[in-house]
Design a protein around this ligand. Sequence first.
Ligand SMILES: CC(=O)[C@@H](O)[C@H](O)COP(=O)(O)O
Ligand SMILES: NCC(=O)COP(=O)(O)O
Length: 246
Amino acid sequence: MSGRLRLGVNIDHVATIRNARGGDHPDPVRAAEIVAAVGGDGITAHLREDRRHIRDEDLARIQTATDLPLNLEMAATEEMLAIALRHKPHAACIVPEKREERTTEGGLDAAGLHNTLVPIIDRLKEAGIRVSLFIEANERQLDAALRLGAPVVEFHTGGYAHAFLDGDRERVASELKGIADLSALAAKNGIEPHAGHGLTYENVQPIAAIPQLAELNIGHYLVGEAVFVGLEQAVRQMREIMDEAR
Ligand SMILES: CC(=O)[C@@H](O)[C@H](O)COP(=O)(O)O
Ligand SMILES: NCC(=O)COP(=O)(O)O
């Protein structure tokens, strides 16, 4: 499976800038419209429990403004489940969440949280929402995703991105191998593998070249680049690098 790699654009940090001044500018909905106009394949938004960026009311506005599939990132809580069931996004990606973290530090412990996740995943699936689990690329977590019946996993590329930033080639190679091997194993077992977190123009190429990956979700870097070149140009450039890698 080495078709076109989808690009989901995470617009959380447009909302981070908006929230810095408490008003309604810049509007993440406008960002979603630009992503749609420039050929992005989806919108990702993480409704954090502390609402530090995306807010509840943004979800319906995003869904009304574009036809792009919405991938809602959410913690495994009753509150988030109720919101997901109300909004019925195309996909719900269950992520771990800590109030005090600066960003999503690691993958979901799908193995350790099996009993908590079963009813949440079942209800999302019953509602026709495509469930994805944001996990580290290791066999224990992939096995857990299989047992939970998740149709999609998203591999956390934060470790790879950090190794890349540190210029630690050995760690980059080992993180990359882990993501490539687990993507192949996921696809072999009928799970669609995605990847994301900390991806940039500089580090995305080897990830995008992994043939089984169907989707990358990229946000913080694109919003940062958009400050300098505009969101349209930033998404176009990321798209080009991904296409060249394929
Ligand atoms: C799960 C994940 O990786 C994304 O949600 C992304 O990193 C943006 O959200 P935060 O920066 O709030 O973690
Ligand atoms: N799930 C990862 C995501 O949506 C984007 O992460 P980042 O590019 O903002 O680090």
